[in-house]
Design a protein around this ligand. Structure first.
Ligand code: FAD
Ligand code: NAD
Length: 466
């Protein structure tokens, strides 16, 4: 029987990063993945394929809407080749997952294909083409998550679908009904809207992306409405039914009236649930919470002291970079180091266009905490760079402590905000004040100038270009 210092169950961004860090720290490491490709949700059916389709559909949208204004004439009709778009997406996925195979080899990590199940706290049975057993002094559970569903919806995975199917449709829906106006619903909704589908969003809360700062929800809603999305807030879905090629969604609106929406596809994107099926956690003495997550302490240690858990299967934001941080954290903890994660500074990004990005506290959270804060906001449309590229939607908002000027939260929506947010993370990690940012040179013309201007507005209400 092969023996390891560490076995990692699950090869998503949490698991494969944990395995690399363990190997770097000199531990004999194995990784177990039930699918034939490594990379988990993120690389196979999450972050990477969704961004590939967002990029392709963005090019198409630009071509049909903006090329003419830019002075680019394309003779003939510009058409979508969905088959090619999906094939390119798959090529990006294959290349990226292949990169993880390379990283495992490079770091001398043993890869096992099969479902990992605890026999006890130090033995794991792997059921793949053959069934084998390995011994591990420590185990890191990184089994991730699966799409959630509403109890009354029967997902047929053809027309009533999750994000996994939405990433490989064979035709562009005529009318896509999206249940849940969160990250997945808006990103994939935008892909198919750009490709010509009518898209109706049905959201239970009174705003889209409801966990983000309300100002961001409002601005993104405005942009989506301009792009002719049908946005239905405060709607409680009560049934989803398929009749042949038709899907019928019934919901109660705010006034309690029944609304019926007919489409040809329905994407159910109401969140994801932790995944522990087949893990046999109880055999190792690993407890679950009542929400089905693996219960962990502040060291991400489970109720079995040699077993840790990270990523989507534990509490916290379900984000790839959060899972990665936790992977490194646990590897270093096992190696006897004292790592640290500042969960308040894990940024959240929605890769729609305009992109939405945030770090730190929202205005709603600061109000609930009774914190005295000030706001500096700067619109993208006031930037020369934004006008040059015709990306004028959005703003940057900086929230700073009223007394100390320390930055407490940064919320932005606009072109390239997914990348811009890194400046805010660095600033907040070093506990910068709004004035610190406002006194640093930002290249002109760039979108980053909106951060400097928002910081000026937060410091002394002295933005320069508005
Ligand atoms: P996962 O990536 O889910 O990996 C878990 C792995 O464990 C899987 O491969 C699974 O097969 C394997 N496994 C489970 N049980 C066993 C077992 N018993 N034995 C062996 N293997 C097992 N996050 C972002 O930060 N940015 C984004 O842009 C983004 N986009 C997304 C888009 C979509 C459409 C979706 C669905 C998600 C997106 N996410 C994004 C979320 C991100 O994918 C997850 O937060 C991330 O993948 C979590 O990583 P993880 O390692 O915890 O788990
Ligand atoms: P989400 O939590 O972002 O959004 C779910 C939405 O569905 C919420 O707005 C919620 O109010 C709504 N909802 C819940 N029940 C409903 C109901 N009965 N009727 C109507 N609406 C309902 O979840 P998601 O979009 O499914 O994404 C799942 C996870 O994947 C998220 O945690 C997210 O962090 C992660 N993800 C991240 C990215 C990214 O980082 N860009 C992209 C995709 C997914």
């Amino acid at each position: 029987m092969s023996k390891y210092d560490v076995a990692v169950i699950g090869s998503g961004p949490g698991g494969y990063v944990a395995a690399i860090r363990c190997a770097q720290l000199g531990m004999k490491t194995a990784i177990i993945e039930k699918y034939s490709t490594l990379g988990g949700t993120c690389l196979n059916v999450g972050c990477i394929p969704s961004k590939a389709l967002l990029d392709s559909s963005h090019h198409y949208d630009d071509a049909i809407k903006h090329f003419e204004t830019h002075g680019i004439d394309i003779p003939g009709e510009i058409k979508v080749n969905l088959k090619q778009m999906i094939a390119r997406k798959q090529a990006v996925v294959d290349q990226t997952t292949g990169g993880i195979d390379f990283l495992m080899k490079k770091n001398n990590i043993d890869v096992y294909e099969g479902v990992g199940a605890f026999k006890d706290a130090t033995h794991i049975t792997i059921s793949g083409k053959k069934t084998i057993e390995i011994e591990a002094k420590n185990t890191i559970i990184a089994t991730g998550s699966k799409p959630s569903n509403l109890p009354f919806i029967k997902l047929d995975k053809e027309r009533i679908i999750t994000s996994t199917e939405a990433l490989k449709l064979k035709e562009i829906p005529k009318h896509l009904i999206v249940i849940g106006g969160g990250v997945i619903g808006l990103e994939l909704g935008q892909v198919y809207r750009r490709l010509g589908a009518e898209v109706t969003v049905v959201e239970y809360m009174d705003r889209i992306i409801p966990t983000m700062d309300a100002g961001l929800s409002k601005e993104l809603n405005k942009v989506f409405k301009k792009a002719k999305f049908k946005m239905n807030m405060s709607h409680k879905v009560k049934s989803v039914e398929r009749k042949g090629k038709e899907v019928i969604v019934k919901a109660d609106n705010k006034k309690g009236e029944e609304v019926e929406i007919k489409g040809d596809y329905c994407l159910v994107s109401v969140g994801r649930r932790p995944y522990t099926d087949g893990l046999n956690a109880e055999a190792a003495g690993v407890k679950l919470t009542d929400r089905g997550q693996i219960e962990v302490n502040e060291h991400l240690q489970t109720s079995a002291s040699n077993i840790y858990a990270i990523g989507d299967v534990v509490k916290g934001a379900m984000l790839a970079h959060k899972a990665e941080e936790e992977g490194v954290f646990v590897a270093e903890t096992i190696a006897g180091q004292k790592p640290h994660i500042n969960y308040n500074l894990i940024p959240g990004v929605v890769y729609t266009w305009p992109e939405v990005a945030a770090v730190g506290k929202t205005e709603e959270e600061l109000k609930a905490e009774g914190k005295d804060y000030k706001v500096g906001q700067f619109p993208m449309r006031a930037l020369g760079r934004a006008r040059a590229s015709m990306d004028i939607d959005g703003f940057v908002k900086i929230l700073a402590d009223k007394t100390t000027d320390e930055i407490l939260g940064v919320h932005m929506i606009g072109a390239r905000c997914a990348d811009l947010i890194a400046e805010a993370v660095v600033a907040m990690e070093f506990r910068a004040s709004a004035e610190d940012i406002s006194r640093m040179s930002h290249a002109h013309p760039t979108f980053t100038e909106a951060i400097k201007e928002a910081a000026l507005a937060a410091t002394e209400d002295r933005a320069l270009h508005i």
